[in-house]
Design a protein around this ligand. Structure first.
Ligand code: HEM
Length: 529
């Protein structure tokens, strides 16, 4: 066909008063227009629906004049501005031939997140898949359905209750570790202390290992820290092409850490499997009237133990599946919680009156005792829960997430066409003044029982929602409460940081760009105040 075209152009060049290159140029334009018209016709339903959506003007090839070449944080503010401009109705955005739609109104977000037609993760997860494999966070729908059901059954209250000693122990170490900063006038960044504590929590809860105990585990953490740098790649669209991505990871050395993460996780799983087998064979030899030692009966059953047991009962996870799920839990459960805890501490350091109120509640639950928090206490920290939620409202670590639309989805006023990608942005929805008056201020009363009851359920999206919402929400709330109690029971925190001056660094997660600087003083017991 191309030979015929070349011949036609050659003949035409002789017949018409034009050079060959001019003819090639005009022929390319004609071909482009024909292909473009064909595509518009083939996908006419898609374009008809897209045309009804509002958004900044767009041009063929280039897409919308929405500055995507700017910094990620500016993109976030652009989303917020455009949501305000279009009154929180869906906003379309063309990136080349791809249609993205920002959905912000709680009523619309609810429809999207609850829809069986929007369960597939959006394009931006392609890169994350290189890091965490196909765990429940990134898995395609078929695999996700099967794995989510099994994993959700693990996160029961009984499972979470036995994690309290792990959290309490690691918090104790955290409080000791930061004690060297007591009395210093120069602020220190609390991030490194908190992320280490969380990594310890999550690696013990997921795999049953303390990071300080095993050499393989420190290799695992180093690899994980490095691989999590991949999240910076999601704002670089050219890296979505697998070949370019492979070159990038080779040149940056990330490929070494990616294979290290896989190798170490598989090793951990093989060790655990052997342990599981030996326990099982021991159990089968124990006679029914033999007494099982108390410490064995009460030993903590971590995520991987539970998964191996369910697998033994027919869950059918391969070693590769187990590895992906363990990495997913570790990645999903560490940075997210650490960012939330750091922001919460920083916001309390800025608002001494609110910090006092949180401490009063801690005192009312635990009094003067040094006892550790137990599961029965957790629901009594009501004000602390309001504070944590308000902190997550202002600074949701997952500031934006995305879904692919597999069939047309009707929203309240518009319809999302099949094939588009949807953005849900907790950051934008949480700062909508119709939902939260004075949205840029820190006001835990936003989460009083009354205010929560008067607001749409999907106004708070820090943990997403619907069938693909966060699996670790209960784990996260417990571990965050326990950490806040441990820190605030021992210290008063201060900072010179101002809420209005906070600058964000946004990739897969949104954290503060320049750390979380605080100073600490020992807290006097209530009766001494
Ligand atoms: C404050 C802490 C946390 C926040 C703010 C948070 C937030 C979120 C959000 C927004 C999503 C949905 C993301 C999307 O659709 O792309 C999500 C999913 C998920 N989270 Fe969390 N998360 C937190 C802690 C945790 C913890 C501690 C764990 C596990 C121990 C966890 C496990 C997961 C998993 C497995 C998913 C994927 C669920 C699915 O696709 O079915 N998260 N989380």
């Amino acid at each position: 066909m191309f030979a015929q075209m070349r011949m036609a152009i050659h003949n035409a060049a002789h017949a018409l008063p034009m050079t060959k290159s001019e003819l090639y140029f005009y022929a390319s334009i004609v071909i482009f227009v024909v292909l473009w018209c064909r595509m518009r016709w083939q996908y006419r339903q898609f374009y008809q629906l897209a045309d009804k959506l509002k958004g900044p003007p767009s041009y063929p090839l280039k897409g919308s004049i929405f500055d995507l070449s700017t910094t990620p944080e500016k993109i976030m503010y652009n989303f917020k501005e455009s949501a305000e401009k279009y009154n929180y109705e869906p906003v379309k955005l063309w990136v080349g031939p791809f249609l993205f739609v920002g959905v912000y109104k709680p009523e619309d977000v609810q429809i999207v997140l609850n829809s069986s037609k929007a369960l597939e993760k959006g394009m931006i997860y392609h890169i994350i898949r290189h890091a965490v494999g196909e765990g429940v966070f990134t898995a395609p729908i078929g695999k996700w359905k099967k794995h989510r059901r099994v994993i959700a059954s693990i996160f029961s209250s009984k499972f979470l209750d036995q994690l309290y000693p792990i959290f309490n122990e690691n918090n104790k170490k955290l409080v000791e570790n930061i004690s060297k900063h007591v009395g210093e006038t120069e602020p220190f960044d609390i991030w490194d202390y908190i992320i280490s504590c969380n990594l310890n929590n999550v690696s013990q809860a997921a795999m049953g290992y303390n990071l300080n105990d095993k050499r393989t585990l420190s290799e695992f953490v180093l690899a994980m820290k490095k691989v999590s740098e991949l999240s910076k790649c999601i704002v670089k669209p050219w890296l979505y092409i697998d070949q370019i991505f492979a070159v990038h990871t080779y040149l940056t050395g990330l490929n070494v850490y990616m294979s290290q993460l896989n190798r170490v996780s598989l090793q951990i799983i093989r060790d655990k499997k052997l342990e599981f087998k030996s326990i099982k064979s021991q159990q089968s030899t124990v006679k029914s009237d033999e007494v099982v030692p108390e410490e064995k009966k009460n030993s903590t059953k971590v995520f991987l133990d539970k998964l191996l047991k369910l697998n033994d009962e027919g869950a059918d996870f391969t070693d590769e599946d187990l590895k992906d799920e363990v990495i997913t839990m570790t990645v999903a459960g560490s940075d997210t919680s650490a960012i939330s805890e750091c922001f919460c501490i920083l916001l309390l350091a800025m608002h001494q009156d609110i910090q006092d109120k949180v401490y009063d509640e801690i005192y009312s639950v635990l009094g003067d005792s040094d006892r550790e928090v137990i599961p029965e206490d957790i629901f009594r920290f009501k004000y602390l829960e309001m504070v944590l939620k308000e902190s997550l409202r202002l600074f949701p670590p997952g500031a934006i997430f995305s879904r692919k639309i597999n069939e047309n989805v009707k929203l309240t006023n518009f319809e999302l066409p099949k094939g588009s990608n949807v953005f849900v942005s907790p950051y934008v929805t949480h700062r909508c003044p119709q939902l939260y008056p004075n949205p840029d201020t820190f006001n835990p009363e936003n989460f009083s029982a009354e205010n929560e009851a008067n607001r749409h359920k999907f106004s708070f999206l820090a943990f997403s929602g619907g069938p693909r919402g966060c699996l670790g929400v209960k784990y996260a709330m417990i571990s965050m409460k326990l950490m806040m109690v441990a820190v605030l029971r021992r210290y008063i925190v201060h900072t010179d940081c101002k809420l209005s001056e906070i600058e964000m660094q946004i990739d897969l997660l949104a954290k503060k760009a320049d750390g979380y600087p605080i100073t600490i003083r020992p807290r006097e017991r209530k009766q001494d105040r």
